[in-house]
Design a protein around this ligand. Structure first.
Ligand SMILES: [Mn+2]
Length: 355
């Protein structure tokens, strides 16, 4: 297990690599090139520069989150073949600089959805929340809402230029149901996984967030059956999962502990996002402090499922609250994620020593 921290790049961040380096036992950065438009090849010189910058700070770059998948691939347009070729070239370019895992998702239109990016907890901290009644019916409203509470930071998967066309995007997806989306996903995986096998890069799909349909959009990475389908459609250790405990557990019907155990055992989890959520009522929840007692998930049980089933990949605290007066990109402050990382490392040390 190796602890990592998501970082958006010097031009996109107020958090410095030197600060991340001071988090005890923090080893690596989960990096990205946010300004490369979706569908374009990531240039080698940019990857090289990113890697050198991170290594100069005493950290490693082994995981990329995300290389986003162009909508034409998800919709299944003829232009997808060119975008798939570009994706394969990006995989090759990343491999050349030692990248081992690429996190991505296969969600139409929206990367993730929350109703509130500044949900206040009793202790005065601020977190992300999903309250179904607060999700507007019109997707344009949720875009405005998210943009207005982003503290001026671009949020991952919420590229303003793409979402300015949201009506056209919904129109383009109108004939894409779950079956069609699955067919397009299989087409994509069958095309890229041989390249991954050749160059040694593991693909790791992030589950849908939330793991059920919203705005009438199809969802195909939402439960144990979907993950089983994924593993079987291209049966390769290079076709894996970013098991995000928060996202999977947002549907209370999902047994996050059993799912974690099964897919670790099957060696399909090269990367994990570990966070806690607290249910408010029904499926409504907020993102809680990592420690078990603050949320609805048992973090010891999650890490034990990983530990006992041979997890040897990368892990990161997923999101964090805003605490101690920090302001920044919602979900991605320094302090609470650092606390989460140290807490998770503490549980892991106990698991190792108890063996
Ligand atoms: Mn996640």
């Amino acid at each position: 297990m190796e602890m990592t921290f998501r970082w958006y790049g010097a031009n996109e961040e107020k958090i410095k690599l030197e600060e991340i380096r001071q988090i005890p036992a923090m080893k690596g950065i989960v990096g990205t090139l946010m300004d490369i438009p979706v569908g374009e090849v990531w240039p080698k010189e940019r990857i090289k520069a990113l890697k050198e910058e991170i290594e100069a700070a005493g950290l490693t770059l082994k995981v990329i989150e995300s290389v986003n998948v162009h909508d034409d691939i998800k919709i299944g347009l003829p232009s997808r073949d060119q975008y798939i070729e570009n994706y394969k070239q990006t995989i090759r370019n990343l491999a050349e600089f030692g990248i081992e895992v690429i996190c991505y998702n296969f969600m139409p239109v929206f990367d993730w959805v929350k109703s509130d990016l500044d949900y206040r907890l009793e202790d005065g901290s601020s977190t992300l929340a999903y309250v179904a009644a607060d999700i507007p019916e019109d997707p344009e409203e949720i875009i405005k809402k998210v943009e207005n509470s982003s503290n001026e930071f671009e949020l991952p998967g919420w590229e303003p230029e793409r979402l300015s066309q949201v009506k056209a995007l919904f129109e383009a997806y109108k004939d894409v149901d779950e079956a069609k989306l699955r067919e397009n996903f299989a087409y994509f995986l069958k095309a890229i996984i041989p390249t991954c096998e050749e160059v040694g890069v593991k693909m790791a799909v992030h589950p849908d967030d939330p793991p059920y349909s919203i705005f009438g959009l199809p969802r195909i990475v939402k439960n144990r059956e979907d993950l089983d389908w994924l593993c079987n459609v291209v049966d390769s250790p290079y076709n894996g999962i970013t098991l995000c405990t928060g996202s999977i557990a947002e549907d209370p019907a999902n047994d996050v502990y059993a799912i974690m155990a099964e897919f670790c055992k099957r060696d399909r989890i090269p990367f994990a996002h570990v966070r806690n959520i607290k249910f408010i009522q029904d499926k409504d929840f907020y993102e809680a402090p990592h420690k078990s007692e603050y949320g609805s998930l048992d973090m010891f049980k999650i890490l034990k499922a990983m530990h006992d089933n041979g997890f040897d990949g990368y892990i990161r605290p997923d999101h964090g609250r805003m605490i101690w007066g920090e302001t920044g990109r919602p979900g991605y402050g320094l302090y609470d994620r650092a606390l989460g990382a140290v807490y998770l490392n503490g549980i892991w040390e106990a698991l190792e020593k108890a063996n």
